[in-house]
Write a protein that binds this ligand. Structure first.
Ligand code: UDP
Ligand code: MG
Length: 321
């Protein structure tokens, strides 16, 4: 039996893009079906992430035109990573493999053949990796590179130059379902899951229309999420800083006491300085230690639902057995 493939495509305010790219996704799906690599039950599944424009109307009408299109709509905008996980979890019970990608034509759809080939050869995860960053600005290129090395220093294992264009088998999706964190950072989680993986290279195109949903501010908060949801090292750095400040305070105390002994200081200056030095040092250590615990609790206690599904199109009801 050929595997059932679901393309999982998050869309947020993409009315300009979808009419053009949806046909490309379907054509690729059909060619994979015709070549006998995947089952005819495969789907192009769009996830409408609470769009404010006509995105869901477009998706709905596509699902009426061709049974190979499917769609889910989230109750409101939850962000790219949550929309992606919503789609992947919906697909998990219905298919053998998923390929996730942007709906803006940036991820080269022609790589899908190679990804499926790698899966058929035994890989559970196939990462789409950009082979060059020439379509990026100097600023984006440099910040991306520094970010990858920062992540590595913090002990986060990610694949450089890989975004969210990847194939995953149902085994990986089942494992992914066990990661219940709200602060989701798929680029970190997927390598964390493990299993046999391989890489296909592609060159990332420009967005065919519309503008990116990741302006600088959002990219920065995504970058911070990536670190804080995978590493408690920043907290440890605070503790370490506290220790350094405490040591420096000790020197300050000795200096102040020396000043008092040899004379020449205003009365009360010595004790005030000692207290300030000592207390600030202790506060830094304490903050670091408390932060360490809060960090742990923070990583564990986020149990809110990551998304709520409002509507489904061309998706039969399935229940988890
Ligand atoms: N996206 C989404 N929800 C959001 C923001 C973005 O589902 O809140 C989708 C968007 O429609 C696109 C993908 O996530 O398919 C990646 O976004 P975008 O192309 O704007 O990011 P970039 O490729 O510029 O990093
Ligand atoms: Mg994009």
């Amino acid at each position: 039996m050929e595997p059932i493939l679901y393309f999982v495509i998050p869309c947020y305010n993409e009315e300009q893009v979808l009419p053009e790219t949806s046909g490309l996704f379907l054509a690729k799906l059909n060619s994979l079906i015709e070549s006998g690599k995947i089952s005819s039950d495969s789907r192009v599944m769009f996830v409408n992430d609470g769009s404010k424009d006509k995105t869901w109307e477009i998706i709905s009408s596509l699902t009426e035109q061709d049974e190979h299109y499917a769609g889910i709509s989230l109750s409101h905008n939850r962000g790219h990573q949550n929309a992606l996980i919503a789609g992947l979890m919906e697909a998990r019970l219905r298919c053998d493999i998923t390929i996730s990608m942007d709906c803006d034509g940036q991820d080269d759809i022609n790589c899908a053949d190679q990804m499926v080939d790698e899966y058929l050869k035994g890989s559970d995860i196939v990462y789409g990796v950009r082979n060059d960053r020439t379509s990026d600005s100097w600023f984006k290129r440099t910040t991306a590179e520094s970010y990858y090395s920062l992540l590595r220093t913090m002990g986060v294992d990610i694949i450089p130059n890989h975004a969210d264009y990847r194939l995953m088998s149902s085994r990986v999706l089942d494992a992914l379902a066990g990661y219940n964190e709200v602060n989701i950072f798929l680029r970190g989680i997927i390598p964390h899951i493990g299993f046999k993986s391989s890489v296909v290279y592609y060159s990332r195109a420009e967005r065919i229309a519309g503008t990116t949903h990741y302006p600088l501010g959002k990219m920065l908060s995504f970058a911070i999420d990536g670190i804080t949801s995978f590493s408690v090292k920043p907290l440890r750095i605070i503790t370490f800083l506290g220790i350094v400040v405490a040591l420096m305070s000790l020197i300050g105390i000795i200096y102040a006491l020396y000043g008092a002994i040899v004379g020449g200081t205003v009365e009360g200056w010595t004790s005030t300085t000692c207290i300030i030095c000592f207390v600030s040092g202790m506060q830094m250590i304490s903050l670091g230690v408390i932060g360490e615990y809060i960090g742990k609790i923070y990583l564990e206690t986020k149990h809110r639902p990551r998304y709520i599904i409002d509507e489904r199109k061309n998706l039969s009801e399935v229940t988890e057995d």
